[in-house]
Design a binder for this molecule. Sequence first.
Ligand SMILES: Nc1ncnc2c1ncn2[C@@H]1O[C@H](COP(=O)(O)OP(=O)(O)O)[C@@H](O)[C@H]1O
Ligand SMILES: [Mg+2]
Length: 291
Amino acid sequence: MTPDLMEEGARRSGAYARMASRDKTESGGRAAGFGRPVVPGEVDVTHGRILYLEDVTVSFDGFRAIDKLSLDIAPGELRCIIGPNGAGKTTMMDIITGKTRPDSGSVFFGSTIDLLRYKEAEIAQLGIGRKFQKPTVFEHLTVYENLELALKTDKRVPASIFFRPDSEASDRLAQMVRSIHLADSVERLAGNLSHGQKQWLEIGMLLMQDPKLLLLDEPVAGMTDEETERTAELFLSLKGQHSLMVVEHDMSFIKTISEKVTVLHEGAVLAEGTLEQVQSNERVIEVYLGR
Ligand SMILES: Nc1ncnc2c1ncn2[C@@H]1O[C@H](COP(=O)(O)OP(=O)(O)O)[C@@H](O)[C@H]1O
Ligand SMILES: [Mg+2]
């Protein structure tokens, strides 16, 4: 869930006071960057890249979790990232979304937006959505209310739209519940959904904000086979409209959705290509698939 959405949802659910105090700085002010507005600009993809990382390095207490990592994603691409535990996949997403600052290197959104100059909440508003491993939905709100809330945090939608019942907003909501397979559950409390359904709902909430780039960390972990298949369908339908970066361990899922696969190992790219190519790569077999 994005920081602006967290804020909106907490406000709505009455937990705002609790959450605001949690985010107080030592001096009693609000944490910098929390919900700070940024005018969303166009992302310049004329060079064929919506995201690129170059020579990114980050160390935690002397341990290099990311080690001169370079990688780029084309607009509309669905990129799969695989790699053993500890390879740095989540840390890479932390760097892209501004949660972790690298020690060196560059991270650009399009050709012109230097992400290292923005805070986490601003990066979300620039159009980079992130799905963490654990589903984070507002459990005591209905499916519909969760999605409506997410739509509200889309800064391009005029507030007045919510006063017209048969507006563009309700069309978007109706379409979304269908694509995330929750059309029959709109009035259900999110807390009563299955794990897989919660994951879909959160993906739907991110999509309501119309991100240009969506980062998904192990989205099908804990899903049933059927839920996994439906998630694959959903991702394939998103390709082209959004750029997606999907970290997953489930190889049959990767096989269904992947074009280009990047293998991370020890904080750097070990191999890149089709799933077949990387699976037959000697170094990949050695460090990862053969274990
Ligand atoms: N905040 C942190 N402090 C210390 N070490 C960390 C931190 N975040 C990640 N690491 C370490 O960095 C390495 C990469 O972790 P991670 O990005 O979570 O890997 P992956 O998602 O590929 O399993 C691991 O060895 C992990 O223990
Ligand atoms: Mg991880």
